[in-house]
Design a protein around this ligand. Structure first.
Ligand code: PAF
Length: 282
């Protein structure tokens, strides 16, 4: 595995692969890799000749008072895992390699970026869209793989790629979960032992809400209210629990067929997100 720290080094490697006719799949990450990331890398390997993984804790997607400084950085362990699954190149830039101090350009994917997580983390999705666009320009992959756990992030990125005609196929990959149902996340490491026992309730409540929608006996507002009340009973402080159309993440009605339920809630100081998506009547 080649480890590249600068944009020019990464570009030189990619250029040589391109010359040889190789296709390239890209997995952008912020490190602290878990089985969900490794699943992305394995799927990337199965879909292209070469796999590039980036590890970059992007300061522009963290808000004031968020965990940028304390975000888990486990570079050595990450490198070993990536080597173990046959990653071809690891891009490990410094913040100054990605953002010059006089950078004047940012990407805003309006509408979708302001709802749900965007409402609670102003500027977050602009930070994500900007860094992902820059990484796409640097790596120039044929395809890029993203986890469905971050459903809103995935939708923001798909919208950006469509609107800016970025020639990258976005491949969504299923969320990897613990046996308890808890979605794997680097932030799970912040949970105390007691919180870890409770955290899977978020996924359970999502599944209950899905069943209620399929049963069709309650309104969407009632289903959302019940879910919020259950989460509160378990000690979560919810940011939102919203039944949406999976296509554009606008509020769903009971007539909609393609549904995603998005949820974000704090357990202690840990903010968890999860979702469940399904088709009705299939
Ligand atoms: O999902 C993440 O890890 C990050 O938001 C991403 C896509 C790597 C951009 O920094």
């Amino acid at each position: 595995m080649q480890i590249l720290n600068t944009v020019s080094d990464l570009r030189a490697v990619v250029k040589a692969w391109r010359k040889a006719g190789d296709t390239i799949a890209f997995v952008p990450t912020m490190g602290n890799l878990h089985a969900g990331h490794i699943d992305l890398v394995n799927k990337a390997k199965a879909s292209a000749d070469r796999v590039v993984v980036s590890i970059f804790v992007n300061p522009t997607q963290f808000g004031v008072g968020e965990d940028f400084l304390t975000y888990p950085r486990t570079e050595q362990a990450d490198q070993e895992q990536l080597l173990g699954v046959g990653t071809d190149a690891l891009f490990l830039p410094a913040v100054t390699d990605i953002f010059s101090s006089d950078a004047a350009t940012a990407i805003t994917v309006s509408g979708i970026s302001e709802r749900y997580c965007g409402a609670f983390r102003p500027g977050h999705f602009s930070g994500v869209a900007t860094v992902v666009c820059k990484l796409f320009n640097i790596v120039q992959p044929d395809k890029a793989l993203f986890g469905l756990k971050d459903f809103q992030q995935l939708t923001v990125i798909k919208t950006m790629v469509r609107d800016l005609n970025i020639p990258v196929d976005i491949i969504p990959v299923e969320t990897v979960r613990e046996d308890s149902g808890l979605a794997l996340s680097s932030r799970n490491g912040y949970l105390s032992v007691a919180e870890k026992q409770v955290a899977p309730e978020l996924n359970r409540v999502l599944r209950v809400a899905k069943d209620a929608i399929l049963a069709g006996q309650l309104s969407i507002a009632e289903i959302e209210q019940q879910a919020l009340a259950t989460l509160e009973k378990f000690g979560f402080k919810s940011d939102y629990f919203s039944v949406c159309r999976s296509q554009d993440l606008t509020a769903a009605t009971l007539e909609d067929k393609e549904i995603v339920i998005l949820a974000a809630a704090k357990l202690g100081k840990t903010r968890l997100i999860d979702n469940i998506y399904f088709s009705k009547g299939v």
